[in-house]
Ligand binder design. Structure first.
Ligand SMILES: Nc1ncnc2c1ncn2[C@@H]1O[C@H](COP(=O)(O)OP(=O)(O)OP(=O)(O)O)[C@@H](O)[C@H]1O
Length: 276
């Protein structure tokens, strides 16, 4: 289980994430919603170790992750979509995925110079990489250079690389942003399939409320860095605070909500403050 306890970060005088305590259980997809600047991405950055917390704790299956680098947290089981700038643009799609698969198979090359072992490792890695590419509908691009990929394929590759790491926790930050209507369903279908595996804990920052409605088992709402609501999607979406503060005004039913969010299924008092 992933837990944050009183997780807080201040930037100068601004508290971007304010004492957020939350538990995320395997087999659950939690959508994190809130207006622009609410602290959603910063909360992800704190969990994945991209930025250091001012206070509070992040734990995964009881292991305290504070003080660990982002890459150490990845090894501990936290999977955050790659930035393509960190990849090898002049290697093929397949080679990039194979390297990510290889990163999870530590020890494969520590058995000494055994040519049979090296060859069979290489073959197994390639087969695994090919299977991942097939599941993200990218087999046809396997031998293309990453540098020349269209945007939609770059986003799919991000998910492919994440899958290669076989994390316990998947952190998706607007996974379909910038994708066309044709491309987005592939990613959503992948997330749906990852969710079907009860070992996976999935956190999804998403502005598109139709996506949230369809995928989320639970919604938490951040507002000004504070957790203002946490609950079952229908209750959170129907709460007065969500209706008044966001959905009733700025949101576009079923489309992109400029300020999605919600309030108070589990914390109406807190949510009331958010609406004020
Ligand atoms: N490195 C930083 N230094 C200073 N302020 C920051 C930094 N990162 C984020 N902030 C501020 O923290 C607040 C939360 O930003 P964050 O990007 O987490 O919001 P968000 O909910 O993800 O918004 P959006 O939906 O627009 O992506 C904002 O006021 C932002 O300007």
């Amino acid at each position: 289980m992933l837990e944050t306890q009183d997780l807080t970060v201040r930037f100068g005088g601004h508290v971007a994430v304010n004492a957020v305590s939350c538990r995320f259980t395997p087999g659950t997809l939690t959508a994190i919603v809130g207006p622009n600047g609410a602290g959603k991405t910063t909360y992800f950055n704190l969990i994945s170790g991209q930025i250091a917390a001012t206070a509070g704790q992040v734990r995964l299956d009881g292991q305290v992750l504070d003080g660990l680098s982002a890459s150490a947290r990845t090894r501990a089981g936290l999977g955050r979509a790659f930035q393509l700038t960190n990849l090898f643009p002049h290697l093929s799609v397949l080679e990039n995925v194979r390297l990510a698969v290889q990163a999870t198979r530590e020890g494969a090359h520590r058995r000494g110079l055994n040519l049979w072992s090296l060859w069979s490792d290489h073959r197994a890695l390639t087969e695994r990489a090919e299977a991942i590419l097939e599941s993200v509908a990218m087999s046809a691009r396997a031998h293309n250079l990453v540098a020349g990929l269209p945007h939609g394929d770059q986003r799919k590759l991000e998910v492919a690389l994440l899958m290669a790491l076989e994390p316990k926790v998947y952190l998706f930050d607007e996974p379909t942003a910038g994708m066309s209507h044709d491309e987005a369903p592939v990613i959503l279908d992948l997330i749906r399939r990852l969710k079907a595996d009860a070992r996976h804990t999935i956190l999804l920052v998403e502005h598109k409320m139709d996506v949230v409605r369809e995928l989320a088992d639970r919604i938490i709402v951040l507002h000004n860095g504070t957790l203002v609501a946490d609950g079952e999607p229908a209750a959170v979406m129907a709460s007065d605070v969500v209706q008044q503060a966001y959905l009733g005004t700025a949101a576009d039913e079923g489309g992109t909500a400029a300020a999605p969010s919600g309030g108070g299924a589990a914390a109406p008092g807190e949510a009331g403050r958010a609406a004020a």
